[in-house]
Design a binder for this molecule. Sequence first.
Ligand SMILES: NC(=O)c1ccc[n+]([C@@H]2O[C@H](COP(=O)([O-])OP(=O)(O)OC[C@H]3O[C@@H](n4cnc5c(N)ncnc54)[C@H](OP(=O)(O)O)[C@@H]3O)[C@@H](O)[C@H]2O)c1
Length: 238
Amino acid sequence: MRAVVTGASSGIGKALCLEICSRFSGSRVLGVARREEPLKELSAKLGDCFDYVVADLSEPRGLDAVLRKAQASLGGVDLLVNNAGFGLYKGLLEHSDEELLSMAAVNFVAPISLTRKLLPLLHSGSVVVNVLTSGLHFLMLRLPAYGATKIALHYATEALRRELKPRGIRVVSVYPGVVDTEFHRRAGASPPSRVKPVKPERVAEAILEAVAKGRERVYIPWYTSLARVFGPLLPALY
Ligand SMILES: NC(=O)c1ccc[n+]([C@@H]2O[C@H](COP(=O)([O-])OP(=O)(O)OC[C@H]3O[C@@H](n4cnc5c(N)ncnc54)[C@H](OP(=O)(O)O)[C@@H]3O)[C@@H](O)[C@H]2O)c1
């Protein structure tokens, strides 16, 4: 398997790179993130299976760097996982324009743009995975801008699935609940203490299972899918 995984320096993306390399012998994974040190450590651990590109996905040149590296080091792409993302625990009007633009660029624009740029490397049978959040089904009052970018990507992912179908490229939407990663610390607060976080390894396994079994949408844990129905009754869970 030849895979591109964004957000490979920590959390879900890192767990996914480790899982792909341990499951599929001969696979090659291209990890993308801004922090080079954790990518270097992964490379030392995974050897030939893992290569990386240091890129800021909020910038067009970062996206172009991923394309160039994927062309040079993979040649083709069987699996693209748009996983990089971030949020900020603050009110909508407390975000600066720079924060809003950067969040929209990384969480919403980059997955679409990267898919378009990598299209020549994708083929019939390839899979594109977009990492969303089950929180988008209700109002996350402590993460409103983040929720807005993810619901935009959710909408776009439904359209992308239909646009790529004629090419034989599948699109998988992944909706994690609370995951035990650096996300919340970097976002500036803690998730609600009554919600038990899942491990990033569990999300990585669920992504690979969805890819293998041809699933289009996956919720982790499964019961967070109930938010689709009961979300409007759960005001401000976050
Ligand atoms: N943790 C949760 O509770 C949770 C729940 C639902 C959905 N999610 C989603 O899961 C995905 C992965 O998050 P995580 O929980 O694994 O958090 P994480 O450990 O903070 O990982 C986020 C990854 O995104 C990368 N990233 C952020 N901004 C970037 C940029 N401008 N350019 C390139 N890479 C960038 C980070 O790398 P660098 O900082 O090195 O660039 C890091 O590798 C995100 O899309 C997040 O929204 C998380």
